[in-house]
Design a protein around this ligand. Sequence first.
Ligand code: TRP
Length: 452
Amino acid sequence: MSDRGNFGTRLGIILATAGSAVGLGNVWRFPFIAGHNGGAVFILIYIGCILLLGIPGMVSEFIVGRHSQANAARAYGHIAGGRRLWRAVGYLGILTASIILGFYAVVAGWCLQYLVASLLGNVQGDADYVTHYFQSFSTNPWKPTLWAVAFVVITHMVVARGVQKGIERAAKLLMPLLFVLLVIIVIASCSLPGAMAGVEFLLRPDFSKVSHSVLLEALGQAFFSLSLGTACLCTFASYFSRDTNLLRSAGQIALLDTLIAIMAGLMIFPAAFSVGVQPDSGPSLIFITLPNVFQQAFGQMPLVGYVIGVLFYALLVFAALTSTISMHEIGTAFFTEEFHLPRKKGAWIVTTVCSLLAVLCSLSIGNSDEISLFGLPLMYFCDFLTAQIMLPAGAFLTSLFVGWFVDQRLLYDEFTNQGTVSLAFFRAYQFSVRFVVPLCIGLIFLHQFGII
Ligand code: TRP
């Protein structure tokens, strides 16, 4: 392996991959998309997408990456036996990941700002104050923009050094801590007056609330949350060892990721119902409800509320960072290897492009109505374009690719680690990437665009 960045231990690699999966997608995006789509029904469809399409999709990317041991574009080209057309799937992935980094950095920047503000005690107040605080902050012309750029630059500093022991060690410590803290906040949130309505919203399906776009939104969210469809997993798998069990790793990461998303739901909705914030209030949902939890649930013990608030935003920033690192790494690995650049230079290209995009995204919801595409502020347009179009398209193409174009003997060898994993699993996987995944994604697309 070259200087593409090395992980020291096998646990580190799995943790880094899990770190890529667990992020704002779970804690920020999942609750507001679920809230927008009626709660429980959405979650059922979401879990279906993870099991039926997500896990096979993850395994496919793992196979391409581990077999090729190269950046995304080269990996697809290599495993296609030199048919250059397939490199395009790698390029698509690199482009998608860079766009995601652009708007993701904006929300990550909000988290950073909330970390600082909660340290200074500035987000403490009643529900009206907290709502007003978010609105005046997010529409401020320059503050959120600076935080977003700062976040890209922090990501840059980690990636340029190589994804090394620091991150690995930090991940081993901080991921479990995030988990423990989530449990505490879930309990606090559920103990607020009137919280049970939120639990019910999450767990009791109400089919009348389902909108026609729910399928594609669930699919997009599932892929976004698993980091699937951009060759991100493929890039990480290029660092896997020969005896990593790909199916088991995919299953473990998907389970952890889904668990954290559902816990985030249990953290947000009970509190939202308790303080009267609408569950479909969109991207601001967590920024408005959580300060209320910290304030109200720990009203008798303000210091505890303060500490939990600060810790929470610190861990959220960390979870976002392990995700932005993975997005950044895709482009950096590509530029470094394909153009024979020093790693630092490769990383700078990605940082420059993504910072520019982050500035535009941030301004588009801040104070400029002009930065919009198809009637959506650039920020939400990028979110829609990537999660609901580019990620499913990437997964669709990867699935066709491994199912129909890659030498099936190679697929078998990679999937089973040279025959050490059961043949039955391989058959099921093969069936799924050949038929189930492309058909389901294809049908969901056709449905969404009104063709069926
Ligand atoms: N999965 C991450 C999250 O849930 C986001 C993410 C990281 C991502 N890397 C990605 C999404 C690559 C798509 C592609 O926050």
